[in-house]
Design a protein. Structure first.
Length: 192
C-alpha cells in the first residue's frame, strides 16, 4: 500500500556541514568597539613611545597593571607572557600601561618586565602623564580610572591593525586567554 521512497542523504549532510562552518566563520568576525587615537608615552627603556610609530598597522594587546600590585597584576603579566610566547613570529605586540605612573618609572617597569621575560620590541611597558593614561584607560579602552586607589580592570584588550578595539578578555575567566590568542592570530593573518 505504501511505496518505499529512498532519499539520498548526502545533500542534507553537505548542507549541515556548510551551516556549521558558517557559524565558525561568524566567530572570526570580531566586533569593533572604539578607535585608539595616537598617543605618546614613555617606555621601559626611557624612550619616547609614539603609538603611530610603534603600533601602526600592527595587531596588539593591551592591559593596565602596576608593579607593586599584590593582586591580579602578576597573574595578568604571566598571561601576557603566555600570549607573547604563543604569538611569537606573528608580529603581534603587547602593551602594558601602568595605573601608577608616580611609582612606575621606566627603570621600575624594565625590572618588572624582565621578571616576566618580556621581549624587547615585542612587549612594551608604558608610563607617562596621568592625563594621557586616564584618557586611554577611561575614554578609549573604557576600563576604569587612574587614581590613588590603584583599582583597575583585569581585562586584556585586543586591537587590530586599524587601531580598532576588537575584543575584551577577562583574565580570570576560564578559556579567555586561549580565545584571545586565537582571535589575535586571526587578526594577524588578515591583510588590510
Amino acid at each position: 500500500m505504501f511505496a518505499s521512497i529512498r532519499v539520498d542523504s548526502r545533500p542534507f549532510i553537505l548542507a549541515a556541514a556548510c551551516a556549521i562552518l558558517a557559524g565558525c566563520a561568524a566567530r572570526a568576525s570580531l566586533p569593533s568597539y572604539s578607535t585608539v587615537p595616537d598617543f605618546t608615552l614613555t617606555d621601559q627603556t626611557g624612550a619616547e613611545f609614539q603609538s603611530p610609530a610603534h603600533l601602526k598597522n600592527t595587531v596588539w594587546i593591551a592591559d593596565f597593571i602596576y608593579t607593586t600590585c599584590p593582586g591580579p597584576c602578576p597573574r595578568m603579566s604571566s598571561q601576557m607572557h603566555q600570549v607573547e610566547n604563543a604569538l611569537d613570529g606573528t608580529g603581534v605586540r603587547l602593551v602594558s600601561f601602568t595605573v601608577d605612573p608616580a611609582h612606575d618609572t621606566p627603570a621600575v617597569l624594565a625590572e618588572y618586565g624582565g621578571h616576566f621575560g618580556a621581549k624587547p620590541g615585542v612587549w612594551y611597558f608604558l608610563t607617562g602623564p596621568v592625563a594621557t593614561l586616564e584618557t586611554l584607560d577611561r575614554n578609549v579602552f573604557m576600563l576604569g580610572d587612574i587614581n590613588a586607589t590603584l583599582e583597575h580592570s583585569t581585562r586584556l584588550v585586543l586591537i587590530d591593525r586599524g587601531s580598532q578595539v576588537r575584543g575584551y578578555y577577562e583574565s580570570d575567566e576560564k578559556g579567555a586567554i586561549p580565545r584571545l590568542i586565537a582571535d589575535a592570530k586571526t587578526l594577524a593573518a588578515e591583510r588590510n
